[in-house]
Design a protein around this ligand. Structure first.
Ligand SMILES: Cc1cc2nc3c(=O)[nH]c(=O)nc-3n(C[C@H](O)[C@H](O)[C@H](O)COP(=O)(O)O)c2cc1C
Length: 399
């Protein structure tokens, strides 16, 4: 079981003239919902201001091995632990040499030494430095230890010389980092509609009926789909956690509002993943003013809410992939199979009530013409990836 709240790239920026290009990398990664913590060397700070990295990453930039604040934690170890991927962009001849030879004499080189995450390294330097046998040997050493080396590219260098030494295109570096994070591009350009969160059904202006859904599962799906290149529209009810950055974000409150948003966006999308916990019932007549105590038992009349999945299965364009969630307290696989058939879905993700509000999920995947697959207890991020593997396969088959 893993419980990774959000992928984090620890970005080491060293003192190359190409350091400013790492700012574009930070923006691209942030757009995909990847957290970035930048560690800059003193030389890098001479070439680009840490404030730019701080602003774009939304995180403080670490430079000092012995910071005056944070006495309660050892910074280089905390940083090394935070990394899902370590990326050195750009990498100078100096930092490559230190990493290869086990030298740890400043914050970045010490973090590199302490970090166990997969490493991606994008060198940038003058062509003669790149051709230097010491640099070549250090690069070979790092590659042999499993580091992914991206570039350098050939072309005109900042010093005016021609040859190999330019930082690789940022898109290539980004792709290598995403691969190291375990994401891929199998949903590139595919429009995916995700619903998430709970709905709130008003009883009066200050009270409502709802459920304990946190929004985490739907948000994990939306972010994971975006990381795989999907153009994501996220329709979300209220939730406990901040919504991820996606192409289009639509906020709704009630089941009826969610249905209206799905009606609008469904025709534009190749897949609908309906992870929202939509209330089955709403108070039939919401009171205009706050309901007062009467000293007597009172009855709340409930009306059935629209069935959004049923709507989608009747009105979808041919080839649209439909994924539903089933919250079941017993007979998960059996009940999910019934839902799959009754609503004409391609895939049902069945989970127990313990998934509500939790970071983990223990789901069963039920798909047309296949035996139910138990996923085992795993983080919602990991389950999101498993579900999207299925969605990508279904989308590819329906092309
Ligand atoms: C303007 C300028 C540009 C530089 N560009 C590079 C470069 O692209 N690649 C490189 O390996 N070193 C470059 N250097 C040299 C490094 O900054 C120097 O080796 C430094 O010690 C690297 O420290 P660091 O690896 O801790 O950042 C440059 C130096 C200056 C003054």
């Amino acid at each position: 079981m893993t419980s990774r709240p959000e992928p984090t790239v620890l970005l080491g920026v060293s003192g190359s003239i190409a350091a400013y290009k790492a700012l574009d990398l930070v923006s691209r990664l942030r757009k995909k919902g990847v957290a970035v913590i930048a560690v800059m060397t003193r030389s890098a700070c001479e070439l680009v201001g840490p404030a730019s990295f701080e602003t774009l990453s939304g995180n403080p930039v670490a430079v000092d091995l012995f910071p005056r604040s944070k006495p309660q934690q050892i910074e280089h170890l905390a940083l090394a632990d935070a990394a899902d991927v370590l990326a050195i962009v750009p990498a100078t001849a100096n930092i490559i040499g230190k990493a290869a030879q086990g030298i740890a004499d400043d914050l970045l080189s010490t973090v590199i030494m302490a970090c166990r995450a997969p490493a991606v390294c994008a060198p940038a330097m003058n062509v003669n430095m790149w051709d230097n046998p010491a640099v070549a040997q250090n690069v070979r050493l790092l590659a042999a230890r499993g580091w992914t080396m991206v570039g350098p590219a050939e072309g005109r260098l900042a010093c005016g010389a021609e040859g190999r030494g330019r930082l690789a295109p940022v898109a290539e570096i980004e792709a290598a980092i995403l691969r190291a994070l375990g994401w891929n591009d199998d949903l590139a350009g595919v429009r995916v509609l995700v619903t998430a969160g709970r709905t709130e059904e008003p009883i009066d202006p200050v009270r409502f009926l709802s459920n304990r859904s946190s929004g985490r599962m739907g948000y994990a799906l939306a972010r994971a789909a975006a990381l795989r290149g999907a153009l994501v529209t996220l329709i979300t009810g209220p939730s406990d956690v901040p919504a991820p950055e996606v192409g289009t974000l639509v906020r709704v409150r009630t089941a009826e509002e969610m249905l209206a948003a799905v009606k609008k966006h469904l025709p534009l999308n190749r897949a609908l993943v309906m992870a929202a916990a939509v209330a089955d019932y709403r108070p039939k007549n919401a009171a205009a003013g706050k309901i007062k105590k009467t000293g007597r038992t009172t009855t709340l009349e409930l009306a059935e809410n629209p069935d959004i999945l049923k709507y989608a299965s009747v009105h979808k364009k041919a080839g649209t992939v439909l994924v539903g969630f089933a919250l079941e307290t017993d007979a998960l696989a059996t009940n999910a199979t019934k839902k799959l058939k009754a609503k004409g879905l391609d895939l049902v993700v069945a989970n127990g009530a313990s998934a509500l509000g939790s970071d983990d999920n223990d789901a069963v995947l039920v798909r047309k013409g296949r035996k139910p697959v138990r996923c085992g207890r795993q983080s919602k991020q990991d389950l999101a990836r498993t579900i999207l593997d299925e969605v990508a396969g279904l989308v590819a088959r329906s092309r």
